[in-house]
Design a protein around this ligand. Structure first.
Ligand SMILES: Nc1ncnc2c1ncn2[C@@H]1O[C@H](COP(=O)(O)OP(=O)(O)OP(=O)(O)O)[C@@H](O)[C@H]1O
Length: 255
């Protein structure tokens, strides 16, 4: 597999109240083209910071160290919105409440695919169908508040893939959903990513959920990468004490 993005001794520090706080330090991580990579770790471990760095969306005051390169894109790194689609935890927050679902998705299509509004709306209906929402015509005319949380997340996924991205980043995309809807959304993400040959970065605090989807798992703790390997090895033969702790905590919750 070719490397899509490569982090080497990569670090990010945010300034807060004139103090500089490291959010990531010395991270060495390759994101391979076409893989499903999960990043797991507790709240504040730096997961979203990696996602924002890849998407070029870190705040301008963030201080970067080490390197982040896209070997296949030496002149222009992939751009968020078109080349990189994002799905966040709170679909309500990423959908404009006064736009219909159809207009929201069509706008993303139009911005990224240089088509007229009619074609963009048509593509929006097709995307609504692709994320397996019933009655695309009706959904397209609906507003976000008229949908359930799971349906809104499907819409957010449709908007995220509307620009035909090469990389989809799902940042705690299922955390606000109940277990059954969570499994449905994970299955949807998997099928879309595999059908379109996208690379997936799946960010979660839930090691079991990550294992159900990912080819590889990277474990972050306090801004440092403690372990990274293929999913089976991480789950069956974790090397790091923190990974073992995450697995034990999951088993305790299951019990
Ligand atoms: N814009 C910012 N300004 C200052 N500090 C920030 C900023 N964004 C994140 N941080 C800090 O950086 C650290 C890593 O945050 P990050 O959001 O990457 O972690 P996370 O693992 O994604 O957490 P969560 O699962 O809660 O979203 C945290 O200590 C956080 O408070």
């Amino acid at each position: 597999m070719t490397v899509l993005a490569q982090l080497q001794r990569f670090g990010v520090s945010y300034s807060r109240d004139r103090a500089v706080a490291p959010a990531l330090a010395d991270v060495d991580l390759d994101l391979k083209a076409g893989e499903k990579l999960a990043i797991i770790g507790e709240s504040g471990s730096g997961k979203s910071t990696i996602a924002l760095a890849l998407a070029g969306l870190l705040p301008s005051e963030a201080k970067l160290t080490g390197s982040l390169v896209w070997p296949g894109y030496p002149d222009r790194p992939p751009r968020a919105g078109r080349d990189i689609g994002f799905v966040f935890q709170d679909p309500g927050g990423s959908l404009n409440p006064v736009f219909t679902i159809g207009n929201t998705i069509a706008e993303v299509v139009q911005v990224n695919r240089s088509v007229d509004w009619h074609a963009a709306l048509q593509a929006a209906h097709e995307l609504i169908d692709r994320v397996r929402l019933p009655d695309p015509e009706l959904i397209a005319r609906s507003y976000p508040h008229q949908l359930s949380g799971g349906q809104r997340q499907r819409v957010a996924i449709a908007a995220a893939i509307a620009g035909r991205p090469l990389l989809l980043i799902a940042d705690e995309a299922t955390s606000a959903l109940d277990t059954i809807v969570q499994a449905e959304i994970v299955a949807l993400i998997r099928s879309l990513v595999e059908a379109d040959g996208m690379t997936l970065l799946f960010i979660s605090h839930d090691i079991a959920l990550a294992a159900s989807l990912a080819d590889r798992i990277a474990v972050l703790r306090s801004g440092r990468l403690v372990e990274c390997g293929d999913t089976r090895t991480i789950i069956q033969e974790p090397k790091d004490a923190y990974t073992k702790q995450l697995l034990r905590a999951h088993l305790a919750v299951e019990a």
